[in-house]
Structures are given as structure tokens and as C-alpha cells.
Design a protein around this ligand. Structure first.
Ligand code: CP
Length: 320
């Protein structure tokens, strides 16, 4: 797509969705269209830093019921880069404390003239629930351990930029798979685009049942490391766990942390990724997080490109 075709009316007819709730239901063609659109908008905005006013007159609301740094900020910036107005809602300090329901809260925000809501909530299915109750577009910014579709998209975009392909690559997701919405979105997206996906971590955090999604399950990082083109290193989500899933953080780091010694046993051009936030010294050491193979901050920049693309496509389809 050429950069002079980014008018909202130029959203391809083939794109018909007005909500983005998951990557499970998207086809390979739809995934590729989002990635290609993100590249076009990245170029049109000089690397996501300049404004193009294609969503003038539109308003996007961030509805965050869980903490966030990257997703919330980049959705806000993405909307403003495209010329849209933004509203930021936080559950703390809101009238939820007076007994207002989640859906009533969302309907009231929508009634202020909002065209798209971006929702993050600890309950799986929340974005779907809103899509059934609101007239505007709904974007899932993370629903419990279910999915985080724009994170999956920005991870895949980063791999495609660095390797010019997804098909045939071996991508390992390492760490706390069981609580990870990012893992689920990556798995759906990467598998549809032809990657071989490995999920690796302690057996308390990686069940054999993941094989049902068509991925390889591994418990020994050192065994799989020489085969991996990409490692996407997931945070241990202590806040979602009633019991500690391993005897000590030190033992976890010994078995699974990416460090200088493991880097030397990896492929020469391995990509090191992490959706963030990262726990330095637990999942990866600072020399790896800040080293030449790390594309962690590229992922963050690509978050803007992907979120611009998603807003443009959804609002374009809704506009029709
Ligand atoms: N990766 C991610 O979702 O980060 P935040 O929780 O900071 O949004």
C-alpha cells in the first residue's frame, strides 16, 4: 500500500472487522494486511514520530482496569499521531467505587462521542462482552490470561522486519506461559504465518496441553537453544499466582534466564525479544536485555505502528 493511500476511505474492502478481540479468529491474510498497514503508517509518520491527520474528528478512549505502561501510552500516542482525540479512563478514582457496573461505565464513556474503546481487564472475555454491548469499535488491550492481540502483532512485525519473513522460523516463548495472554496471541499469529513455535519453561508454568495448539513443549532451555531463531522472553507474573511456581527465583534464573553464557551457545543472529515489563536478573540479564541481539525497544516503537494500523482499519470499516 502506498503512503498516499492512507485516507480513511482507502481502507481495503477486504477488511470488514470493526473490533479486534483476538488473533485466534484472524486469517493469515488479515494478519498480513495489519502488518503491511503498520509498515505503511510507520513510513508515513517518519518512524511513528510525525502526525498524519487521517483520523481527524474521531475519538478513542483508553479503558484500563489493570496497570500498563507500554500499551496504554502507545494507544494514546497512536491515536494522536493519526489526528484523533483521546480520553483516558482509569478504574481507580472512577464511579465504579460507587457501584456503577463495568458495562454502564463503558456505555457512559461511549455516550461522550467515542468511536473506539481500548480495554484492558483482568477477566478473560471482557473485550468480547463490550463488543456485544457497545456500538463503537472495541480493541482488546489484554483480557486476563486470554489474549493481547496488539502485543502479538507488534512482536510478529518486529520479527518480520528483522528477518524479512515469519514462515520457517523457530520462535521460542520462554517463561510463564500459563498466565500469558501474550503467549496465546503470539502462538495464534505465528502459527498462521508459518512459524514453528516452542513454549519453554518449568512444568508448573507450561502444561503438555499446549501441544493441542500445535506448538512444541520443552522444559529444558539449553536443549532447544541451538535451534531457535527468536526467543521471546516472558515475565514471571507473580501477581497472578497464589503459590510460587518454583522453589526460588535463583533456581528459575539458573535454569531459564537468558545470560551471556547462553547467548554464546545460541545461533549467531538470534533475536532477543520481551514484551515487557522485564525483571532484570530473573528472566534475562542486563547484558542480554541491552545487548546487540535485543530488539526490545524496537518492539515498543512497533507498538505504535501496529496500533495506528488497527485504529485506521477498524474505524475505516466502521465508517463504511
Ligand atoms: N507489554 C505490555 O502489555 O506492557 P504494559 O503492561 O506496560 O502495557
Amino acid at each position: 500500500m502506498s503512503t498516499d493511500l492512507i485516507d480513511i476511505a482507502a481502507v481495503p474492502e477486504a477488511w470488514t472487522r470493526t473490533h479486534l478481540l483476538d488473533l485466534e479468529s484472524l486469517s493469515a491474510e488479515e494478519l498480513t494486511l495489519i502488518l503491511d498497514t503498520a509498515e505503511t503508517l510507520r513510513e508515513a509518520t517518519d518512524g511513528c514520530s510525525r502526525k498524519v491527520s487521517v483520523l481527524n474528528g474521531y475519538t478513542m478512549a483508553n479503558l484500563f482496569f489493570e496497570n500498563s505502561t507500554r500499551t496504554r501510552t502507545s494507544f494514546g500516542l497512536a491515536a494522536r499521531r493519526l489526528g484523533a482525540d483521546t480520553v483516558d479512563f482509569s478504574s481507580s478514582g472512577s464511579s465504579l467505587s460507587k457501584g456503577e457496573t463495568f458495562i454502564d461505565t463503558a456505555k457512559n464513556i461511549e455516550a461522550m462521542g467515542v468511536d473506539a474503546v481500548v480495554v484492558r481487564h483482568h477477566t478473560p472475555g471482557t473485550a468480547y462482552l463490550l463488543s456485544q454491548n457497545l456500538k463503537c469499535s472495541v480493541i482488546n488491550a489484554g483480557d486476563g490470561a486470554h489474549e493481547h492481540p496488539t502485543q502479538g502483532l507488534l512482536d510478529i512485525l518486529t520479527i518480520r522486519q528483522q528477518r524479512n519473513r515469519i514462515e520457517g522460523l523457530t520462535v521460542a516463548l520462554v517463561g510463564d506461559i500459563s498466565h500469558s495472554r501474550t503467549a496465546r496471541s503470539n502462538i495464534w499469529g505465528l502459527k498462521k504465518l508459518g512459524a514453528h513455535v516452542i513454549v519453554c519453561g518449568p512444568s508448573t508454568l507450561v502444561s503438555r496441553r499446549w501441544e493441542e495448539l500445535g506448538v512444541e513443549v520443552a522444559y529444558n532451555l539449553d536443549d532447544i537453544l541451538p535451534r531457535c531463531d527468536v526467543l521471546n522472553i516472558l515475565r514471571i507474573q507473580f501477581e497472578r499466582q497464589a503459590m510460587r511456581p518454583f522453589p526460588s527465583v535463583r533456581e528459575y534464573a539458573h535454569l531459564y534466564a537468558m545470560n551471556g553464557e547462553r547467548m554464546r551457545r545460541s545461533k549467531k543472529d538470534i533475536l532477543i525479544m520481551a514484551p515487557g515489563p522485564i525483571n532484570r536478573g530473573v528472566e534475562l540479564t542486563p547484558e542480554v536485555a541491552d545487548g546487540p541481539h535485543s530488539v526490545i525497544l524496537h518492539q515498543v516503537t512497533n507498538g505504535l505502528a501496529v496500533r495506528m494500523a488497527v485504529l485506521w482499519l477498524l474505524l475505516g470499516a466502521a465508517n463504511r
